[in-house]
Design a protein around this ligand. Structure first.
Ligand SMILES: Cc1cc2nc3c(=O)[nH]c(=O)nc-3n(C[C@H](O)[C@H](O)[C@H](O)COP(=O)(O)OP(=O)(O)OC[C@H]3O[C@@H](n4cnc5c(N)ncnc54)[C@H](O)[C@@H]3O)c2cc1C
Length: 414
């Protein structure tokens, strides 16, 4: 793979851009691989990348029923933070955030990581106590956050109305090195790096069945024929329950639609990410100038990738209270993704009842930020059978009552 560089851009400019090679290959599936990953979203691709980079396992296929990054990875609002309450969450999300810091260099692809700072507003006394508690927990975990005053909130985000009629801003949990990144580029960067290691990223290849023998995984049945493997990773987000069913076990999660929208582009007016959990809305400004807005999940299970209209109305209504200036903006696009939500709002990174079959699921509404950390830990789990980053996120926890309860810290927040 040729490296992207300023020199390469200058050279290609002289050659009318005819010398660029394809970013990743489109190979035909082989009959057998050491490892198959189902799902070419960020988590599946990152897992494959770290299997190769950290463990030298490169006879790997990543099978994708649509196009890579076409699931939630290419549909999210790209918020990156690691200000979680529980220790296992802080460990994996902070590992992930730190990997984002050097991702562009590691992958030789500009993923536009922008550590502009994330604030989570406190708009009730309950939230003030909750965020202060999280700030103390983060201090013990080595995650840099602080609880800031309303005046500091206003300094950091002048367009905010902190005296809101229903819910005045009482402070915020501030993570200065949180931020955003370009979601497509994260998927493309990992795919390109996997392809360069000789792995097969195979698009338009839907897994329709999982084959096993003597309680061990043997391979998968796909829309492009049967493919064998020694180890299998299921990394399919909103389709997790469906694919786990093919492997013969059930998952304690629900699939629901979550949506987002963007406004017309405007001049720079906001250089931080703001999350308002009480009124339920999130906003940041993209490099193009669009205001990127996220809201809540549908209240019922579905696989539509669209979401109910009343959510857009509620989200915008909530944000207009805190950001009155957006009342004059036109909204350009709206879309949805299917997120898989567990009871304790924490992911599942685990072995399964089927030997050599592993599951990475349940990232719900907040898994974009976890892509590199999850890939790092899940690759180790698949290669070695254990990873400290995955400790606590086993499937058994739901049977044994060992929840990693993030519903206070994360709820349905991104
Ligand atoms: C509107 C919205 C906003 C969000 N905002 C944020 C945010 O701000 N910050 C944040 O951290 N997270 C956010 N998230 C969550 C985040 O997007 C997801 O947690 C994350 O992208 C999940 O990545 P993934 O790789 O697990 O799944 P995906 O990207 O969905 O990849 C799974 C892939 O598996 C494929 N697949 C499924 N079934 C099969 C099959 N049978 N055979 C082959 N392939 C299959 C799918 O086509 C898909 O491409 C948001 C999500 C949505 C929908």
């Amino acid at each position: 793979m040729k490296r992207y560089s300023a020199f390469a851009i200058a050279r290609e400019a002289m050659r009318h851009h005819e010398g660029w090679e394809r970013a990743w290959a489109s190979p035909e599936p082989k009959r057998k691989y050491d490892v198959i990953i189902i799902g070419a979203g960020g988590h599946g691709l990152a897992t494959a990348y770290y299997l190769g980079k950290n463990f030298g396992i490169t006879n790997v296929a990543i099978l994708e029923k649509g196009w890579l990054g076409g699931g939630n990875t290419g549909r999210n609002t790209t918020i990156i933070r690691s200000n979680y309450l529980q220790d296992p969450s802080a460990a994996i999300f902070e590992k992930s955030r730190s990997l984002y810091e050097t991702m562009s260099q590691d992958l030789n692809m500009n993923v536009m990581f922008s550590p502009r700072g994330v604030m989570m507003l406190a708009q009730t006394e309950h939230e003030v106590r909750g965020w202060k508690r999280t700030a103390h927990a983060n201090a013990l975990q080595g995650v840099t956050t602080e609880f800031i005053s309303p005046r500091r909130v206003k300094e950091l985000c002048p367009i905010m109305n902190i005296d809101g009629p229903r819910y005045p801003v009482l402070g915020a949990l501030w993570q200065p090195r949180g931020g955003t990144a370009r979601h497509d580029a994260v998927a493309w960067g990992y795919a390109r790096a996997c392809s360069a290691m000789g792995m097969h990223v195979i698009q338009k290849c839907e897994v329709t069945g999982i084959r096993s023998e003597g309680g061990k995984v043997r391979g998968v049945t796909t829309s492009r024929g049967d493919i064998d493997c020694d180890k299998l990773g299921i990394v399919v987000a909103g389709n997790s329950g469906h694919v786990a069913n093919m492997a013969g076990f059930r998952l304690p999660l629900e699939s629901v639609a979550l949506q987002a929208l963007v406004s017309e582009p405007i001049k720079p007016c906001m250089d931080v990410v703001v999350m308002a959990n009480t009124v339920h809305g999130y906003m940041s400004q993209s490099d193009k100038g669009e205001m990127v807005i996220g809201g809540g999940t549908d209240g019922y299970n579905n696989y539509t990738q669209r979401g109910a209209f009343h959510h857009i109305e509620e989200t915008v209504r909530a944000l207009v209270e805190t950001f009155p200036m957006i009342s004059r903006l036109k909204m350009l696009r709206q879309w949805g993704g299917i997120v898989d939500v567990t009871g304790d709002r924490s992911p599942i990174l685990s072995k399964t009842p089927l030997e050599n079959c592993f599951i990475n699921a349940g990232w719900g509404t907040g898994g974009f930020k976890a892509i590199p950390g999850s890939g790092w830990g899940f690759a180790e789990l698949m290669a070695r059978g254990h990873s400290t980053l995955c400790d606590g996120f086993e499937l058994d926890r739901f049977r044994e009552g060992r929840f990693v309860d993030e519903s206070v810290a994360a709820g349905v927040a991104h």
